[in-house]
Design a protein around this ligand. Structure first.
Ligand SMILES: Cc1cc2nc3c(=O)[nH]c(=O)nc-3n(C[C@H](O)[C@H](O)[C@H](O)COP(=O)(O)O)c2cc1C
Length: 394
């Protein structure tokens, strides 16, 4: 029987599912409940020095839906509203009650050595398993020269990582922002400065549009808005890319984050180099109870693949990611149309003719492919409403 148990930097995980730093980890009693329900660990809502002011807007969330389902989320929320003392007491309480659960303290402070080191000094006396440096919040904080303002500067990221590493008595993860041209640039910098692992990604900076009736922003605070952090399914490809790029540039552990809604997403994050994962938006939409399907689905998957543990899955897809230059340009595929499934609607014919090639023709009885014209791009297979087209070698 395979196991979901894993270890990262000597920290034992009963399963790879952590709650990401966010509203589901903003209260000790909620985290207590999540642990009872089977989560492997929690990254606490980002803790800051008590004198850092945190005044929230109302509302502060907006969603993007497809057929009634939330596929994207945007927030302009700030950090933990609780004091450092609240967290110190809470961590001790949680660890005593749940010694096998992983607790990671997410922290952020102004760019001053004392501010970061005082926070770490205080948390060093608690039984946390690791630190996560939040260099990546994309709203509110950058205006105050912290959050993503840190994680988009290699120089400042190095400075803070070395301040923390010089006194931290636990491993230090750096939570990176995807809002950069190349995430490996900052990753390599903080690795040199001594960090022990990466967490990626934090939210992707975005804007949820304009209400066409009121002509005000969709996320509207008394008539105004600001750019926020997007999360949920819409950011998953960005998370996958960032994690794979981190794995290609470093051997350090990675906590994969971004758009995870099920065990399949988790398995892919692990195949792309993650050691464990963190989830926020899906928990905010559907609650802590999603953990049951996450665990059973991933365990079944390992079993069907004949794998004994997550280490066998980790990194498995990485050798398959290369440069465009090295991809086989002679691998020409053609659409194969399943005539039983095809509804003869002609959508594929129309789209092909309007998107460069005009390689498909509708006849009385079927759709024909002109192989001399078809470029094998695969667009027809993606737009077919009946899923009747597969791409094949001839
Ligand atoms: C409402 C909200 C609040 C968040 N607060 C924090 C935070 O305090 N610290 C932090 O590091 N990340 C924070 N995040 C980012 C999440 O931890 C996570 O990186 C991001 O949402 C992507 O994961 P997801 O797609 O599973 O939500 C927040 C996200 C949301 C939606």
């Amino acid at each position: 029987m395979p196991t979901l148990k894993t270890s990262v930097l000597g920290i034992e995980f009963e399963n790879p599912f952590l709650l990401a730093s966010a509203p589901p980890t903003a209260l000790v009693e909620s985290i207590d409940k999540a642990f009872e329900m089977g989560w492997g660990g929690a990254v606490l809502k980002t803790i800051t020095p008590d004198n850092l002011e945190m005044t929230e807007t109302s509302p502060r969330y907006e969603t993007m839906k497809s057929k009634g389902k939330v596929i994207g989320f945007q927030n302009i929320e700030l950090l933990s509203h609780k004091t450092v003392q609240y967290w110190c007491d809470g961590i001790k309480y949680l660890k005593k009650k749940h010694p096998n659960k992983v607790i990671i303290a997410s922290i952020m402070a102004p760019v001053e050595r004392d501010a970061w080191q005082n926070l770490v000094q205080t948390l060093n006396d608690t039984p946390i398993d690791a630190y996560e440096l939040n260099f990546s919040c994309p709203h509110g904080m950058p205006e105050r020269n912290i959050g993503m303002a840190i994680g988009t500067s290699a120089e400042i990221s190095i400075l803070i990582t070395s301040w923390v590493k010089s006194i931290a008595n636990k491993p230090v993860f750096v939570k990176l922002t995807p809002n950069v041209t190349d995430i490996t640039w900052i990753a390599k910098a903080v690795e040199k400065a001594g960090c022990d692992g990466f967490a990626a990604i934090n939210t992707v900076q975005g804007f949820m549009g304009v209400n066409l009736d009121t002509l005000e922003p969709n996320l509207c605070i008394d008539g105004y808005s600001t750019y926020g952090g997007c999360s949920g399914e819409i950011v998953k490809p960005i998370g996958f890319k960032c994690v794979a790029q981190l794995r290609q540039c470093s051997d350090l552990p990675i906590l994969g984050i971004g758009g995870i809604t099920n065990w399949q997403d988790t398995a892919q994050y692990i195949a792309l180099g993650s050691d464990a994962v963190q989830i926020c938006t899906e928990v905010m939409i559907n609650g802590y109870s999603i953990i049951n399907n996450l665990k059973s689905g991933l365990l079944n998957y390992l079993e069907t693949k004949g794998m004994e543990n997550l280490k066998e899955l980790k990194n498995i897809a990485i050798p398959k990611i290369t440069s465009h230059e090295k991809l086989n340009k002679k691998n020409h595929l053609y659409p194969n149309i399943d005539n039983e499934k095809c509804g003869k609607c002609g959508k594929c014919v129309n789209i092909c003719s309007e998107s460069e090639y005009n390689a498909l023709k509708k006849t009385e009885s079927c759709i024909e492919v002109d192989k001399n014209v078809c470029a094998g791009c695969s667009l027809c297979s993606h737009v077919c409403p009946q899923n009747a087209i597969t791409m094949r070698k001839v």
